[in-house]
Every structure is written in structure tokens, then in C-alpha cells.
Ligand binder design. Structure first.
Ligand code: SF4
Length: 406
């Protein structure tokens, strides 16, 4: 059975990271997953990412135990289930970090930072905690839905980044150091480019990394970018995957179709989906989700402008036109036969099947599309039976198309 050997190392790195959060040696900054982590790290903060915790609540299928607690406090069950699960778990004083890593719970923040480049929900979510912990909070609000990101928008975001500096100085007790910032951006860039290469190994005919593997191996690029550890980890993983490509080893050597996954993962059902696609000979080789942590614009010579640009031009923050352009390029690069959209009930922002884009993209590219309904954490919005039938039928159609049209 195909196994990525680096997985054990990744688990160790993630375990050490979580434990470092309660070592008490560093101040803790909370940050959104595509927030200004490099700037925070340059002040010496250890950075904690509540969305990663939300994903853990989803993957351990405990989210549904907690969402009702947040609903009781006035949060709608139809808003971001990372938010509601995370707030609910906090209110119940529970966390998978306790059972998995023997931690006391989530780390207490000294500073909270968010970036609405992904959604406005993070502002509400993080503000809840700023109120609870009586802790300073800083927000970045870049322009959204742009076809192209121009220097005007970058300038605006740079100004917002720079406004964070006095708060970071005060909370961390450290003066801003541009050289340290450059170093962190450089490390972050190196790790993110390695992550990009890791993902691109699956352009090979026998792909070594599935979307489902990617959701696991992306841990360090989310929580440890800007550190040597992340860079070293992706060097190891890349070496392994490149050698698998050379040896024609992959997760589904006889795949008959290649699928692109669009939208959020359904965290509590990753294994089920992975098995389902594999059993149907369909290799899910690429996704928008895993590509969200490729920041190839980072440049240590221009640390403010380049990070402002990279964080503003991410897929989720763009217009439909820009998104379609990116998807078309991925379709070609990964030789995609079909795309599966996850229309997530509680994440409007990362669901692209609501305004007709699947139809328009199909017309332009000829790549067939399937939409499945579900949710990132709240499995009450997911019907397994219905989704399995839809996917099996879709894959069969793709295979017929290939046989009949070559
Ligand atoms: S992008 Fe979606 S899943 Fe992520 S925090 Fe925003 S609403 Fe939640």
C-alpha cells in the first residue's frame, strides 16, 4: 500500500509546534491562516492559527458537539462552522489538543491579528476572542474581488501592515527589525516555493500526492511558515515525492481520470472521499485549497510590498474572472478531466458554485463539473449516500468520455 514516509516526521513537527505554544517562553499571537504571520514572527511571537484548530475539530468530528454552544450565544448555525465549532469548544473549555497532545487547551493570546482577504467572518470570530481575553487586536482589510491587484491596493495594504508595528512592539517588547523581517520572509518564501513544488509533483502521470494527502501535509506551511523547520520539512517531502515520480510510484498508478477538487475539504470525511475516488480509479490530483498557501510573490528585498501583494492576490480574494484564469491554468498543468466543486453550506467565501461559474468554466474549457453539497465541519449539511452516488456517476461519465473521445 502506498504510504508517504515523511508523514511521521510531519506528525512529530506538528506535535512539537503545538507543545511549543504552551512552553511559556514566547509571547503568542493568533493569526488568520493567510494573515500577516511573517510580520508577527519577526517580533518573536509564536503564532497560533485558530482555523487550524477549526480543521482539527472537523477532522476529529467533534465540531457538532460544540456548534450548538455557539448557537446558544447568538451565532447562526449557518455561519462558518470553523467559527461556531471553535467558539463552542472554547465555551465548553474543550479541545482535541488536550487529548492529542496533552495540552491544557488552546494557548492564550497576547495579540490577535486577522486579515479579511479570505472573509469577513474572521473579524467577528477573532473579535469574540479579543473581548474574552481582553487582548489587543489588529486587522488588515485589503480590497477584495479584484481582476488584477495594482500598486494602489498594495500600497493600501502596506500602510495597514505598518500600522501593526507599534502594537506588535508594545505587546512583544521588541523593536521592529527590518532585517529580521527580511529573514522571516525569505524563509517563508523558500518554504512556500518548496510546497508549490510538492504540489506540482502531482502533474506527473502517476501522481505521488493526492488532494487528501495534501490537506494533511500542508500543516507546516500553514502554522510554521517563516521558520527553518517548515523549509526543512518540505525539502524532505519533496525529495521523497520526486523520487516516487522517478520510480513511477503513486497513490493510484492505474488512474483512469484526473480530478480537481474545488472548495473546502470536508474534514470529517477525508478518508471516506479518498477511498471512494481511489476505488473508482479517479485520482484527485490538485485543488484550489492546497494551493492557497503558495505565496510565490514573497521577496525579502521588498518585504512589505511583496507580502502585501502575495496576501491580496490569493485565489479566495479575487474576482470570478481572475479565479477562472487560475483554474484554467491548473486544468492544463495537471491535465484535469473533471472538477468537483464542494459547495460548502457555511463557507460562502470558499464556495464557487453559487453564481454559475461551473457552467461558464465548463463552456470555456470543456472540463465537466460536478457540484456536491456539504460542509467543512458541520456534517449535518452533508449527505454521504447522495454524494457517493453523484461522484460514482460523474466518474463513470468521465471515463466514458475518455473512451469515446480519446
Ligand atoms: S474562509 Fe470560510 S471556512 Fe475560512 S474562516 Fe472564512 S468563512 Fe470560515
Amino acid at each position: 500500500m502506498y504510504k508517504i514516509a515523511a508523514t511521521d516526521l510531519m506528525k512529530k513537527i506538528m506535535g512539537d509546534y503545538f507543545l511549543s505554544l504552551e512552553s511559556g517562553t514566547k509571547k503568542i499571537a493568533w493569526c488568520t491562516s493567510v494573515g500577516p504571520a511573517e510580520l508577527l514572527r519577526s517580533f518573536g511571537f509564536e503564532v497560533y492559527f485558530p482555523e487550524n484548530h477549526g480543521a482539527l475539530l472537523g477532522a476529529t468530528r467533534t465540531a457538532m458537539d460544540y456548534i450548538p454552544e455557539a448557537i446558544k450565544c447568538g451565532y447562526s448555525g449557518h455561519v462558518c462552522s470553523y467559527t461556531t465549532a471553535d467558539i463552542g469548544a472554547f465555551l465548553k473549555k474543550q479541545s482535541p489538543l488536550q487529548s492529542h497532545y496533552k495540552m491544557q487547551g488552546i494557548p492564550k493570546p497576547d495579540l490577535i491579528a486577522y486579515n479579511t482577504n479570505q472573509c469577513r467572518e474572521v473579524e467577528d470570530w477573532f473579535t469574540f476572542y479579543a473581548d474574552q481575553f481582553k487582548c489587543p487586536i489588529v486587522g488588515i482589510q485589503p480590497p477584495r474581488y479584484l481582476d488584477e491587484v495594482s500598486s494602489d491596493e498594495v500600497e493600501l495594504v502596506v500602510k495597514q501592515f505598518k500600522k501593526m508595528i507599534p502594537v506588535c512592539e508594545q505587546v512583544s517588547g521588541n523593536k521592529f527589525d527590518i532585517d529580521r523581517f527580511r529573514e522571516v520572509v525569505k524563509l517563508s518564501k523558500e518554504a512556500t516555493l518548496l510546497w508549490q513544488k510538492v504540489l506540482k509533483t502531482s502533474t506527473a502521470a502517476i501522481a505521488p500526492l493526492s488532494f487528501f494527502d495534501g490537506t494533511i501535509h500542508m500543516g507546516p506551511i500553514v502554522v510554521l511558515r517563516g521558520t527553518q523547520l517548515a523549509k526543512d520539512y518540505y525539502t524532505t517531502l519533496l525529495n521523497e515525492l520526486e523520487s516516487n515520480v522517478k520510480n513511477k510510484t503513486g497513490f493510484l498508478p492505474k488512474a483512469s481520470t484526473r480530478i480537481f477538487w474545488e472548495g473546502m475539504p470536508i474534514w470529517g470525511k477525508l478518508r471516506m472521499f479518498s477511498d471512494l475516488f481511489n476505488q473508482n480509479n479517479a485520482a484527485v490530483v490538485a485543488s484550489t485549497y492546497c494551493s492557497s498557501w503558495v505565496f510565490d510573490r514573497f521577496d525579502e528585498n521588498n518585504p512589505f510590498e511583496s507580502t502585501a501583494l502575495a496576501y491580496t492576490e490569493i485565489f479566495i480574494n479575487r474576482s470570478e474572472k481572475a479565479k477562472m484564469k487560475m483554474l484554467k491554468a491548473w486544468f492544463e498543468e495537471y491535465k484535469i478531466d473533471g472538477i468537483v466543486y464542494h459547495d460548502s453550506k457555511t463557507c460562502f467565501n470558499n464556495s464557487n458554485a453559487k453564481f454559475g461559474m461551473p457552467q461558464r468554466l465548463k463552456e470555456e474549457t470543456g472540463v465537466p463539473a460536478l457540484i456536491i453539497e456539504g460542509d467543512l465541519c458541520d456534517l449535518r449539511f452533508f449527505s454521504e449516500g447522495q454524494s457517493v452516488t453523484k461522484i460514482e456517476t460523474f466518474v463513470e461519465q468521465l471515463q466514458d468520455l475518455k473512451v469515446n473521445h480519446g
